[in-house]
Each structure stands twice: as C-alpha cells, then as structure tokens.
Design a protein around this ligand. Sequence first.
Ligand SMILES: Cc1cc2nc3c(=O)[nH]c(=O)nc-3n(C[C@H](O)[C@H](O)[C@H](O)COP(=O)(O)OP(=O)(O)OC[C@H]3O[C@@H](n4cnc5c(N)ncnc54)[C@H](O)[C@@H]3O)c2cc1C
Length: 476
Amino acid sequence: MTPSHEEKLAAVQQQVRARPAGRRLTISKRHPGHSPHDLGYKSDCHPVSVEALGEILGIDTARKVAVVEGQVTLGQLCKATFAAGMLPPVVPEFETFTISGLINGLGIESSSHRYGVFPNTIEDIEVVLGSGDVVTASRDSHRDLFSTLPGSYGTLGVVTRATVRLVDALPFVRSRYRLFTELPAYCREFRTALDEHSFVEGLVLAPRCYALITSDFSDAANGLDRYEAMRHGNPWYYQHVRERAQTGGEDLVPSYQYMFRHQRSLMWLTGIIANLRGFIEKPAGRAYLDREAERKVRETGFRSSLPVELGERCMINQDMVVAVERLGEGIEYVEKNLKVYPLWNCPARIGDVDMVFAQNKRRDRRAVLAVDIGIYGEPRVKPYRNIDAMRALQTFVDLPAMWGVCYLTREELAEIYDLAAYERVKAAYHAADAFVPIERKIKFMPKTGKQGKIPAWRLVNLWYEWRANRTKAKDG
Ligand SMILES: Cc1cc2nc3c(=O)[nH]c(=O)nc-3n(C[C@H](O)[C@H](O)[C@H](O)COP(=O)(O)OP(=O)(O)OC[C@H]3O[C@@H](n4cnc5c(N)ncnc54)[C@H](O)[C@@H]3O)c2cc1C
C-alpha cells in the first residue's frame, strides 16, 4: 500500500533526527537536480531521502490550488492541472524541475511580469527543520521562513509539501511574433506589452535583430498555424521565432507545449554544445539531438563533469536581472562586452517581492519591474577573460542570479542581498548547524585565477563529455 503523506513526512523527520553529531543534513533523491552548483559538500553530509515525496495530494478547482509533495515535477503538475483546465501561473522551462527545487532555487518565466517568480505563486510550504520538527510557513505563519526559503538553496530546511496557486488555462497559447532592428523601438514595445499580454518574451537573435513574442491563452482559432513546440525534429523554439518574426504574424501553440517550448533545445544550448551546424538546421539532426538532450537532462540534470573553472572559461551561463528601464543598456552591455547570441529577455516582477533574496539593497537602482537578460552560450568577444568579464557583469546588473557561479565575494554579495536577515532566520529555525552554509551551495569564483579562452576544440570536448557522462550515468 502506498504510504500516506503523514507517513512519508514522519520518515523524513526520523532521518533528520538521526543526524550524527557534527554532520550536516543534505537531501538525497534519485533524479538529478538542474542546479549547476558544486555537489562536493554532499559527501560529508547526512543524507535525507526525499524520494518518496512525489505525489500530487489534491487539486482544488474551486480554490484554484494544488497541494503537492516536494518532489512533484512541473511536468507532472502541469499535466494533472491542465486536465482540469488550469496551470500554475509561472512554469519555468523544464518538465523535470521539481516544486521544492523551484521554491529553494527560484524560477522565472514569460508570465513573471504578472505573477513574480515561482515562489510567489506558493501559498504555504511544509518544512522539516533541522530539529526534526515540522512547520507550515505562509504569509500568515512563520512568515520570516516563508519569505527567506526562496533562493536559500536547501540551507534552511527540507521542503516536503507545498500549496501551489493555479490559473485558468485555455487549450492554446496564441503568439504574435515581431522583429525589430532598432533597440529603442524594441525596448519600448517590450515595455508596452507587459501591460497588455499574459506572456511576454524577447530574443536578441543577432546584432540589431530583436524578436518580441507576445502571447495569451486562446481557444482554437481558425486559419492560424499550429506549432508543435515539443515534437522531436520540429524547428526549435528560437528557430521558429527567427523564422516567424521575419514575416510577422501569429500562430497557436498547444498550451502545455508552450510551457516547455524551450525544453528540447535547452534554450539554444543543445546546438551550441553539439556544435554541429548542419545538424541543427535539419529535422533528422534535430530529432537526434532532441533525444540526446532529453536523455542528458533525465540522467544527469544539467550537470557537467567538466571542472567548473574550465567550463566557465568557454561558456557563459548567467542571468542578469536589470530594471526594465535598463533593458536597452543591458543588451548593449552584452553586445559590446560579451557578444553572446541569442539572448533571452524574460520579464520579472521582483522589487515588490517579499523575499530576502530578492530584496535589492542597491536601492538607487531598485528594480520593481525587471527583465532577466539570460546569457547562455559562447562569448564571441576577443579577448574573453571570464573572471574579469563576469565580475564586471555581476557588478553592472541590479540583481545577480545565484543559481550559477558567483564572481562577487560574500562581502560584495551582502551589499546586494540581505544576508543578515537570512542568518537570523537560519538561527531561529534550527538551521545554523544542521544545514550547510550558503557558501557551500553557491559557487564563489576567486577574484583572480587562470582565465582566458581555452582552444576551439573545447566544444567538441563538451560534446564527448556529454556522451561520456551519459554512459557513466547508465553504468552507475
Ligand atoms: C538549462 C537550465 C535552464 C533553466 N531555465 C530556467 C528558467 O527558464 N527559469 C528559471 O527561473 N530558472 C531556470 N533554471 C534554473 C532552475 O530554476 C533552478 O535550477 C531550479 O531550482 C531547478 O529545480 P530542480 O528541481 O532541478 O532543483 P534542484 O537543482 O534539485 O535543487 C535546487 C536547490 O534546491 C534545493 N532543494 C531541492 N529539493 C529540496 C527539498 N526538498 N528541500 C530543501 N531543499 C531542496 C537543492 O539543495 C538545491 O540547492 C534553469 C536551469 C538550467 C540548468
């Protein structure tokens, strides 16, 4: 018989209480996470298995909420709620992201100008503390814990259950694609679209080539093309945008597929890592890479076996969050200093979010409505020196995202984020000695060190490394 949630919760509490003196707690699960954080700390920690917590406990269509266990994936949740005509308001890119991973690690999407980041869509969170006690944190109860968990990367407690808000969804998402060659016009329209559309997203495809996609839920509309975003071999979403934006116009994407439209191509990283230009423009080549990418994500999350220092020298994986007024400035910064294409422009309501890790202490440029300029890819600027370039980037932005590598020091970070408030919550909820310090989660890069681009064949290496990783995961 399947154990009840209460029985699974009790099992987690028991494991937490069995922590040997002097050891810290870490969660263990079968499916790998997607954070690129270094997992070295896990080997000397006491593991707490959360594997069993994978059930949707209920969907209340009247209250528009779903009650889910922590390891439920976004794919699982979206399938179940969509069957009832609803979806979570913010659905980050991957079906394999988990609810607890997104609560602890944040998550934005093209609807985040309306609903904020993923944790803003959560009503309450059940947490097993370092003492083994259980609390349910919400805006009305244990509010300090509730607002500090997002962005704390598992350093405050073990998330076992959450109540996720839902919104009504229609069968399709109707998208309009527009291309701009002038940056000011693109930024102006991006801004206007935030007031008018449920989903807003921009892609900087090349110099002076800005695509704006504005979308809303829709019933089937006659005469509009239908784009199957998740079908293997089909153009990847950014390729589809590139093509559609040339001629303008609209189409329909089945709503579930819209939510995960960037999944097959890992935004555009699949193509960059494979580095097989002929392949990625052909259906058969794409279908092959789609299968590979799916397997890679399933088996290894997004983890690379390349040492972080080496990977960082040839690829950029950063989200730069700037106030929406600085979108043009931000794009120009990347075009001048990094030359990475495409760039993702995803809106996010950040400044009014009640969260320690979103409280920007750079008050003079406090971002209320912000844009995440997602920089994922190979820098084309010459010369590229990652430590200098990424330190400069993280100083330039309004909020540096911490799910990737941090090039600032802890002291510099404390000038941006309210780390003192975080430490107070840690002490109040028995987390100080029980969980690893945040420094062991966020990868801090030293201020100096070996930098400079590594040779061109690195991408081939990355590809082989990806394959080797796969074999290793299979063997293991
Ligand atoms: C290719 C790629 C694309 C991405 N795209 C987006 C995007 O579009 N939008 C966006 O916002 N983000 C994106 N991210 C970042 C992503 O949102 C985070 O990495 C997210 O946290 C991943 O969820 P996960 O389930 O894999 O969590 P994990 O990686 O497993 O965990 C994230 C953190 O939460 C902690 N944690 C996990 N489970 C628990 C638990 N039960 N209790 C306590 N702590 C726990 C972990 O220790 C870890 O520190 C992307 C990441 C990658 C690699």
